[in-house]
Design a protein around this ligand. Sequence first.
Ligand SMILES: C[S@@+](CC[C@H](N)C(=O)[O-])C[C@H]1O[C@@H](n2cnc3c(N)ncnc32)[C@H](O)[C@@H]1O
Length: 286
Amino acid sequence: MQVSNQLPVKHVSHTAWLVAAFRAQESERPDAHFKDNLASKLLGALETEYLSRFSEDAKTDHWLLTIRTCQIDQLILNAVQNGVTTILNLGAGLDTRPYRLPLPSSVNWYEADFPELIDYKNKTLIQDVPHCNLHRISADLSDAEQRRKVLRDIDGLSASTLVLTEGLLYYLTDQNVAELANELAETKSFNYWLMDIFNHSFIDVAHKLWNITPADLESDDVRFHFLPENMESFLKPLGWDLKQLLSFGQGAIDLDRFPKGYDLQKVESEKGLFESGVCLFTKSRR
Ligand SMILES: C[S@@+](CC[C@H](N)C(=O)[O-])C[C@H]1O[C@@H](n2cnc3c(N)ncnc32)[C@H](O)[C@@H]1O
């Protein structure tokens, strides 16, 4: 896999560039909800190339990632305030929260992703200083042995650990996600699992908004595999209870950021927007 010269999305790791491009766009807006100052640096020359693949509408219509980013920021800061001291970001991609969020320096933040992406990020951000202790781990998370080693190495380092899987799960298989849920439930210290979920009706809308065509998704790697009818029912028997859902619909209203062509009334009538969002699960197995 060569992450830097294949465009736009031929390997699942390339989706990291895609979401970073949207975060860079948001950061440049006068009404930006966050500033991800490192997104452009990480994208380098690819920023223009990625963005050029999108229609003008899609470029300005990155509301969903803005909402998702803000919701996850908020839930992470709440968790840290409530005693979480270790965070594991699985499929971290080009996320820069350890640099961007006002985290206490005592927080230990771990990022895991494919080796090529981790090497690239280490190299590109070598001069930048995160707010907390940041560690990066290379692993293919669909490989059970590699994934279990990541969890074993981090489990028990602190009393309360949060795992974040933002934009990751749908690229894994049902079996991978079920195994991951079980493995996390068996740990001593992973108490919280933060993730984004999409319901089926919403995925079609999201694909249309991002202007991603089937031809863009040439590799089987990049297809969405894991799309449970109901995430809460999927995770419950595996040891995880839904504690909080911040829906994309409510986020659109709160942040006053609507998809193009949607007004408040249309957002309020779109069920999919209120069943999809950012979810915090807590472990039910003790
Ligand atoms: C849509 S991106 C999201 C990146 C990041 N979480 C964010 O929101 O900016 C999906 C990420 O999951 C990573 N990923 C997907 N499958 C993976 C696997 N089997 N092992 C490791 N990382 C994986 C990709 O490399 C990519 O960085």
